[in-house]
Design a protein around this ligand. Structure first.
Ligand SMILES: Cc1ncc(COP(=O)(O)O)c(C=O)c1O
Length: 404
């Protein structure tokens, strides 16, 4: 296939930097125009574009409501706060995730019990969650992470942790379809699902996040929590001084009902997010095609990560599992040699319990599935602006470095 044809298959033209990064955004002229229009409007902080982004997002994934916020970490914090997670509570978090999943529980003074993951998919499973529940005793919330876009068995995890609220960390999985044919975030089994719009994610808003929910009352609480815990609604205010007559609040009145945060999304972020959401299908289609190309080229050579049966992931990362000792190389040297050949790679993730903060709190621990996954995993470049030839170039570079 000619390079010109392959380039034309991509959703939009962007300058792909060298070395090829492991992930990056695709922003086109429509996106830029949307942000400029927001900048020309008379509202820059949270306004109508945020509401429009929330509505479109909820509709896209089939959630009842969606609450935008400043980043994926804020989305996790809000979701747990809205479910009244607090001191004395325990949250189960998979060991293989970004630190944000676990730190959100700690923001609320809840304790974290790390659960193991399947060594081939990197996902928490009903069996690993069940073992963590045995260690934890009572559990307030479980946060399954749909790693790299692969979807956890959420109904199985619900059964493994009876009574616990489920918050799906879906930051990698916008556009993924579960084995029931539903979008991740539809929340049929979960209280909430959280998303990130960091530039390496499936859609970008600069920084940004979203909490998808089934329950409108929870959505209302999250909107209040993202804005300092403050209300301006007459029926929620209780101070006599807030009213000039019964049922008639003063024009300036507001009451802080609980401790909240400033986690608002601004209009420029929402404009970009909304514009990008319109391209979600194109982005996901291209990510799937690039991943399938990697699969075809790499399957005879290295182990690709396992996708549980019946689902259709929207791949956020393209991950392979390499037996580095068998290849006679350290992973760090493989990554450096690939970088010298213009190929950026990354490791998702160091088991979170190894981080000094969590090691100091919970002691030195190792979970076998997480360690086996971590020892082998490598993320190769994957983003919609890549050409087919870029995949071939990455595979050739990997082969040369490992066996050349
Ligand atoms: C699995 C996971 N959870 C949470 C986050 C936090 O998202 P953000 O960077 O938008 O705060 C990330 C971002 O990298 C992530 O990958």
């Amino acid at each position: 296939m000619s390079r010109a044809l392959a380039r034309s298959q991509r959703p939009s033209p962007v300058a792909v930097p060298a070395p090829l990064p492991y992930g990056m955004h695709v922003v086109d002229e429509d996106d830029i125009a949307a942000v400029v229009a927001a900048l020309r409007s008379n509202l820059l902080a949270q306004g109508p574009r945020v509401a429009a982004f929330e509505d479109a997002f909820a509709e896209t994934i089939g959630a009842v409501d969606a609450v935008a916020c400043s980043c994926g970490t804020a989305a996790l914090h809000l979701a747990l706060a809205g479910l009244d997670v607090g001191p004395g509570d325990t949250c189960i978090v998979p060991a293989i995730t970004f630190v944000a999943t676990a730190t959100a529980a700690r923001f609320l003074d809840a304790e974290v019990v790390f659960c193991d993951v399947d060594p081939e998919s990197g996902l928490a499973t009903p069996a690993t969650v069940e073992r963590a529940v045995e260690r934890a005793g009572s559990v307030k919330a479980v946060l399954p992470v749909h790693l790299a876009g692969r979807v956890c068995d959420v109904p199985g995890i619900v059964a493994a942790a009876p009574g616990a609220a489920i918050v799906e960390d879906s930051c990698h999985a916008l556009g993924s379809i579960d084995r029931l044919g539903l979008h991740v975030g539809a929340c049929t089994d979960a209280a909430a699902a959280t998303f990130s719009f960091h530039p390496v994610k499936t859609i970008a808003s600069g920084e940004g996040g979203m909490v998808a929910v089934q329950d409108r009352a929870l959505a209302k609480r999250l909107r209040r929590l993202r804005n300092h815990g403050v209300t301006r609604e007459a029926q929620e205010m209780t101070l006599g001084a807030s009213f000039s007559a019964p049922g008639r609040p003063n024009p300036w009145s507001y009451e802080q009902l609980e401790l909240g945060f400033n986690y608002r999304m601004n209009e420029m972020e929402a404009a970009l997010g909304l514009s990008q959401l319109g391209k979600l299908n194109a982005f996901v289609t291209r990510r799937r095609a690039l991943s399938a190309r990697y699969d075809r080229l790499l399957a005879p050579l290295v182990r690709t990560t396992t996708v549980p049966a019946g689902q259709t992931p929207a791949p956020h990362l393209y991950t392979v599992l390499i037996d580095f000792p068998a290849a006679g190389m350290e992973r760090a040297d493989v990554m450096r040699a690939l970088a010298d050949k213009g190929v950026g790679t990354q490791v998702h993730y160091i088991p979170v319990y190894r981080q000094p903060y969590f090691r100091d709190r919970y002691g030195d621990m190792r979970l076998p599935g997480a360690e086996a996954y971590y020892a082998r995993v490598l993320s190769l470049p994957l983003f919609p602006a890549m050409a087919d030839e870029d995949v071939e170039r990455v595979v050739e570079a990997l082969v040369e470095v490992l066996w050349g």
